[in-house]
Design a protein around this ligand. Structure first.
Ligand SMILES: [Zn+2]
Length: 135
């Protein structure tokens, strides 16, 4: 007789990203990070200063560069911006890929592939700027 209690399928709540971010924030605090009263320019989460001095967004899991702290806080969102650009490019590349698959017209294909090469150039540039090494 296998009378196992009916187990509720573990549905992830919609806000699981939120919960994850909170958990990461808690972990960071435990490791001696300090919560700052400035927000991430990308997601408006509070930013943390790690013991290493880096400023970090727990939700984006990205480093944020703060140019000046104090009265006039300016956040150089370069990391955030670049990563958002990267996402956009990747999305466009995949759209372009679909378009090229469906395209039968050679002239149009030439246009699309010129566009593709431009996007790839930009992607490579962004990856160089973010210091990511890709082989
Ligand atoms: Zn963020």
């Amino acid at each position: 007789m296998n009378a196992e209690p009916a187990r509720q399928p573990e549905k992830r709540p919609r806000a699981s990203g939120e919960a994850e971010a909170l958990k990461r924030m808690a972990d960071m605090l435990r490791q001696g990070a300090v919560m700052l009263d400035i927000q991430c320019p990308a997601c408006s989460s509070p930013l943390f200063r790690l013991r290493s001095g880096e400023i970090w967004c727990a939700r984006c899991q990205k480093r944020v560069i703060v140019v000046r702290e104090g009265q006039d806080v300016t956040i150089a969102a370069s990391d955030v911006l670049l990563s958002s650009l990267e996402q956009t490019l990747l999305r466009k590349l995949s759209e372009l890929n679909e378009m090229m698959k469906a395209e039968g017209d050679l002239g149009r294909l030439r246009e699309l592939s010129a566009l593709l090469s431009g996007l790839l150039d930009n992607l490579a540039r962004i990856r160089r700027m973010t210091g990511r090494r890709t082989g």
